[in-house]
Design a protein around this ligand. Structure first.
Ligand SMILES: Cc1cc2nc3c(=O)[nH]c(=O)nc-3n(C[C@H](O)[C@H](O)[C@H](O)COP(=O)(O)OP(=O)(O)OC[C@H]3O[C@@H](n4cnc5c(N)ncnc54)[C@H](O)[C@@H]3O)c2cc1C
Length: 682
């Protein structure tokens, strides 16, 4: 046998990456502009990143070696520098938001920007805006959002903090009556925030409890940052697996703290000087801020999944494992079906969620414009839709990051791979902004209400709001459920229709369950998922139609990804499809096999473009911060360089040697010698 040629594995990784790039049939630039929503948006991104990369403070490579306090101080320094840059470059709101998103750092001002400021915009009365808006907008004060308490999170109606109106002084008195009423988990409260929007039960002078309302409360002095009198405030300590270490989640207790009457966020509900209550026109008007955050979580999930997909697809393209071939090359890990089957659907979800985010934020903006003129007609549907989407994208986001990390084997567990951090920072998104399992219930409630209206003909199906269009299928004059055949999986509209039918039948079956009927424990999860997937599937159908605006090769490649999304969605719905009888076991073979084969065929079609499609996300090495996801593919050299930064490697002999390792070894050696002496005497 001829001796195998010795190969430079570092060169091979670079060669593999180049070869993968050369295989792509798409214009990376065109697909990138599609993802960003136009060349101008990309140009803005690129221009801002050039500024950020130059800042040594924004270097990410050393942060894994910092303890919690140092991570918090680093984050505070970053916030300060970002603000200096904003003023230096005279950034617009959009430029500032883009720059802070690009930083990908856990910083406490995120709460100011995404939770506190929107409360002012959505619910601040003219008087409150007059007094505070400039301070809020210029960050002369830093805000947080205090809703959750030690004793209650989900059950907002049971919050214990009170805000009692005192007509004599025209003030509210904020009070924490018990340990469990302590505000808890509040981002930026621990050490940073000066002010907070506090959810407290409004108590009128006659003792009537009007339920939770929002009040602006100053927490810390603007002179020396010390907590104000009557306020006990601090950090709640480290989070699971060291996650969100740079963020100061805090607690706060109020001991009869007085604030002026005008500090109530009273754009809709109000308390008069005498202490009478003026009702809001709609009970859910105050949901505006949370709805905005939930809407931004959709593209946020898309871009987060995109990072995980980019790192894992790049690494598994250059990582070779298995029996060497005739050229002495082992197999590229991405080419194993069990790897591409895990990673390409993740890539498809990144594309779908990014596009879907654009639609949702547009729809929310339209609803908010209507709300401004007190038209609440779109509110219930939008609320239910955003609950469903929030659950869906965050659930997938968490699973997808972890799946991507595992696809990289042992090196995926290194912090230098970057996905461990991404995962742990993203993980609580399943809980905050509404616990996912609780939000499922809200989706189901809204769906069954509309379903009942359709079944009783109280609602004409042409009047169904877009997100619930799937319920049209239940109209008595409507079509019959489709027959599933092998060709179903090759026709986009058939797959969309099938997913809509699945949701319609599941909701109908549930709606018709007698009140005393037995419902299983997972019903909310399954129904909410089906309803949300029906909506997204219809949107993906639209996305595919709209691809006609792209050059044909790009449209084909992105279209393949969208189809892969639809098919893997149908695959994950197989149990439901069988349950409601849309797919039946006829005895003639496995009725799911055609679908599984179609998924594999699509994966094989997407595979040559995998690197091109991930390049289209436009992530720089700086922003990915992953030794395994480097653009040039030279992963082993990148990993080696990162390992040299490990502070423990600075000393050849660890300081733990003299006090601990040496005595341990010496005791063992002495005991062994003693034994050996004894043994020789026997
Ligand atoms: C990292 C992080 C940041 C946060 N930031 C903030 C912040 O800035 N401001 C703020 O106010 N809060 C914040 N929170 C708190 C967050 O909003 C709450 O954790 C969340 O609302 C859930 O409430 P809980 O923790 O009390 O859980 P619980 O409500 O006690 O839920 C516990 C379990 O019970 C289940 N459950 C509860 N009620 C129901 C029900 N009705 N039906 C079925 N199941 C139910 C839930 O699914 C969950 O599994 C943050 C939390 C985290 C983790």
């Amino acid at each position: 046998m001829a001796p195998r040629q010795k190969m430079d594995i570092n060169q091979q990784t670079a060669t593999d990456m180049k070869a993968a790039r050369s295989r792509t049939s798409i214009s990376v630039q065109t697909v990138r502009n599609y993802l960003y929503g136009g060349q101008e948006v990309w140009d803005l991104h690129e221009r801002l990143e050039k500024i950020l990369v130059q800042e040594s403070l924004f270097d990410k490579q050393h942060r894994d070696f910092l303890g919690r306090t140092d991570q918090f101080i680093r984050a505070a320094a970053i916030i300060n520098r970002l603000d200096e840059l904003r003023r230096m470059h005279n950034w617009s709101e959009e430029e500032y938001t883009t720059a802070s998103t690009l930083l990908s750092e856990t910083i406490s001002t995120t709460l100011h920007d995404r939770a506190f400021q929107p409360v002012f915009l959505g619910q601040g009365s003219p008087a409150l805006m007059e007094s505070y808006w400039d301070l809020v907008h210029e960050k002369g004060i830093q805000g947080c959002y205090l809703q959750t308490e030690l004793g209650h999170g989900t059950n907002v109606a049971s919050l214990e903090t009170t805000s009692t109106y005192i007509p004599e002084t025209q003030e509210f008195e904020i009070n924490s009556p018990s340990l469990t009423s302590t505000k808890w988990w509040v981002g930026a409260l621990g050490k940073s925030a000066t002010h907070g929007a506090v959810q407290a039960k409004l108590i009128l002078p006659d003792g009537k409890d009007m339920g939770p309302h929002l009040f602006l409360v100053q927490l810390r002095s603007l002179e020396d940052h010390k907590p104000l009198r009557g306020i006990t405030v601090g950090d709640i300590g480290p989070k699971a697996s060291g996650g969100m270490a740079a963020q100061d989640q805090g607690f706060a207790r109020f001991d009869h703290v007085r604030v002026p009457r005008t500090n109530m966020f009273s754009k809709f509900a109000e308390v008069t000087t005498e202490g009478s209550y003026i009702q809001p026109p709609h009970a859910k008007l105050s949901y505006g801020g949370m709805m905005y955050i939930r809407a931004t979580m959709i593209p946020g999930a898309g871009w987060t999944i995109a990072k995980a997909a980019t790192v894992a697809i790049r690494y598994t393209t250059v990582r070779r494992q298995g029996e060497p071939d005739a050229k002495g090359l082992e197999r590229q890990v991405l080419t194993y079906p069990s790897t591409y089957y895990r990673l390409l659907p993740i890539l498809s979800r990144a594309f779908v969620f990014i596009e879907l985010g654009r639609y949702t934020i547009k729809a929310l903006t339209q609803m908010q414009q209507r709300l401004a003129s007190r038209d609440t007609s779109l509110l219930p549907e939008m609320h239910a839709l955003l609950c469903g989407l929030k659950v869906f994208v965050t659930t997938h986001g968490i699973i997808d990051i972890e799946t991507a990390r595992r696809s990289m084997g042992g090196h995926g567990y290194s912090a230098f791979a970057g996905l461990g951090r991404l995962y742990i920072e993203y993980l609580p998104s399943a809980t905050f902004e509404g616990d996912n399992f609780v939000l499922d219930g809200q989706v189901v409630r809204a769906a069954t209400k509309l379903c009942k209206a359709v079944l009783s003909s109280a609602l004409v199906v042409s009047k169904l709001p877009l997100p619930s269009a799937y319920l049209r299928l239940l109209s008595t004059t409507g079509e019959a459920p489709p027959q599933v055949t092998a060709s179903t999986w090759h026709d986009v509209q058939s797959v969309v229709l099938l997913l809509e039918w699945r949701a319609a039948l599941m909701v109908k079956n549930f709606t018709q369950t007698p009140a005393n009927g037995d419902v299983d424990a997972s019903v909310n999860q399954r129904l909410a998922k089906a309803v949300t997937e029906a909506f997204i599937a219809a949107q993906v159908g639209e996305m595919i139609n709209n691809l006609a605006n792209l050059p044909s090769e790009d449209a084909k490649a992105v279209g393949c990804l969208y189809k892969l999304y639809l098919l893997t969605c149908a695959e994950s719905a197989l149990v439901d499809l069988l349950s409601v009888g849309l797919i039946r076991h006829t005895g003639a073979g496995d009725p799911t096999q055609d679908l599984r084969s179609a998924v594999k065929a699509l994966c094989i079609e997407v595979l040559p473009n995998a690197i091109g499609l991930t390049d289209a996300f436009g992530f720089s090495d700086w922003s990915l911060d992953s030794a395994l996801g480097v653009f040039d593919g030279r992963v082993y050299e990148a990993l080696w360089q990162r390992v040299q930064m490990e502070p423990m490697n600075k000393d050849e002999v660890t300081p733990a040697y003299a006090p601990y390792i040496r005595p341990l070894l010496q005791r063992g050696q002495a005991a062994a010698q003693q034994k050996m002496k004894l043994d020789s005497k026997l």
